[in-house]
Design a protein around this ligand. Structure first.
Ligand code: NAP
Length: 275
């Protein structure tokens, strides 16, 4: 799978990855098999968080990545309630333990915190200096929050903003996405399949049929056609993961993208949408 810059020209990551929210309620063996199959297929970008199953998902991910950790770009997130300077460091160390690894490739603040961002960023810097994280970023940040983060961290330091983005929820296209694109900040699209509500419709079905693809593959291809975007669909089965991986080889034409754009319009700006 063609890799693309993730917040830095030299940090190249697969545009399709593997989400893990709610993975702890899936059949454990099937979830592990799905993650390992995903990595084999090149979806070598795994997204998790200390929040998921209160650490249980990180433990499942750690088990799934046994022996293949070095092939994966591994992302986890600190809970805003833990995001003081000392709390962030402790949370990261806990995540590393759960994940059975010695470093994260990217560490994110899960959503804006009431703790001052200065402290979180100081902790990120220390963790990076100590080799415990390779890069850091944020999640669910609007432009105002991003401006503050970049001001505090300095240019080139915020690698990623992870946001809600799928065919039915395109709010980020109004401002967050172009702002990040202009600064080389990766945009990771969460709930790229709409979570529990996949955005169906005739145009999507017709385009998929014409391509001998599935609607979900077309929906994912629509998101990652922008080179700044990474999509992290969650799947609890090998079959779903294999289907999702197929999206990587679909390059939509301008006409196909226009038809999807008209069928799933971004709608008016109503502030940043979150899960
Ligand atoms: P999603 O990836 O849009 O959708 C996941 C759902 O789609 C699951 O029910 C999954 O079912 C199903 N699915 C996946 N592939 C399928 C296929 N090929 N055919 C049929 N169904 C399929 O939603 P998400 O989990 O909310 O988002 C993805 C990831 O983003 C999360 O797992 C998490 O890592 C991250 N996330 C981050 C935030 C944040 O605040 N930063 C918020 C939400 C999510 P099965 O499990 O049965 O395969």
């Amino acid at each position: 799978m063609e890799l693309r810059p993730f917040g830095h020209p030299d940090r190249r990551v697969s545009p399709l990855g593997l989400g893990t929210w709610n993975l702890e309620i899936d059949d454990r063996a099937a979830a592990i098999a799905a993650l390992r199959r995903g990595v084999d297929l090149g979806l070598a970008h795994v997204d998790t968080a200390e929040m998921y199953g209160s650490g249980r998902v990180e433990a499942i991910v750690g088990e799934a990545l046994r022996g293949i950790r070095d092939r994966v770009f591994l992302v986890s997130k600190v809970l805003p309630s833990n995001a003081t300077e000392a709390g962030t460091i402790k949370a990261c160390e806990r995540s590393l333990k759960h994940l059975s690894t010695d470093r994260l490739d990217c560490y994110l603040l899960h959503w804006p915190s009431t703790h001052p961002l200065e402290g979180t960023i100081r902790a990120f810097e220390k963790l990076q200096k100590d080799g415990k994280i390779r890069s850091y970023g944020v999640s669910n940040f609007d432009v105002e929050g991003l401006e503050q983060a970049v001001r505090l961290a300095g240019p080139g330091k915020i690698a990623c903003n992870q946001v809600l983005y799928n065919l039915s929820e395109r709010t980020v296209e109004h401002a967050v996405l172009p702002w990040c694109e202009a600064r080389g900040i990766a945009v990771a699209a969460y709930s790229p399949l709409g979570a529990t509500r996949f955005p169906s419709g005739k145009v999507l079905d017709d385009l998929a049929a014409a391509r001998r693809a599935t609607p979900r593959q077309i929906a994912l291809a629509f998101l990652i056609r922008r080179k700044s975007v990474f999509a992290i669909p969650k799947s609890g089965s090998v079959a779903h993961t294999e289907e999702n991986a197929g999206a990587a080889s679909i390059e939509l034409t301008d006409d196909e993208a226009r038809r999807l754009d008209a069928a799933f319009p971004p709608g008016p700006w109503r502030g940043l949408a979150t899960a």
